[in-house]
Design a protein around this ligand. Sequence first.
Ligand SMILES: [Mg+2]
Length: 158
Amino acid sequence: MTLARDVEAVAGRAAQGAAAQLERPVADRAAQGAERRGQSAAPRGRFVPMLLSDYQSRSRVTAVYPDHGDNLLYPTLGLCGEAGEVAEKVKKMIRDDGGILTDERRAALSKELGDVLWYVAQVATEADLDLAAIAEANLQKLLSRRERDVLQGSGDDR
Ligand SMILES: [Mg+2]
């Protein structure tokens, strides 16, 4: 009985938060998003533009796992784990904060996305793939789909 009440309370808070978000004018939300861009969990003024290929090679210094250099499985499993941690942060946003992304949770999400990026880089390295080339090919694929108006739908090679 208590559990059911807890679930109802959480669902209610999430619904209220989502409703509050929807009630805010779209322009207001867009302005807030634009204001936030450029901010992240790290202190201001300490950013250096970084190429993905540089990130991929520099991150290898921290690639400490069994048989690194010949172990595709380990970083692949790590990537799945970190993606789960991203989902967990968003789940807790719904459960604990009524669906509102707080600055604290945004900072935590930023760190988890960094962990995802790290594992993506290691998977790419273990598979002898270039991270920058992956990013460029992905962007070209999506831009092509947009131009052909097939962004929606299914099929990897559309
Ligand atoms: Mg993590």
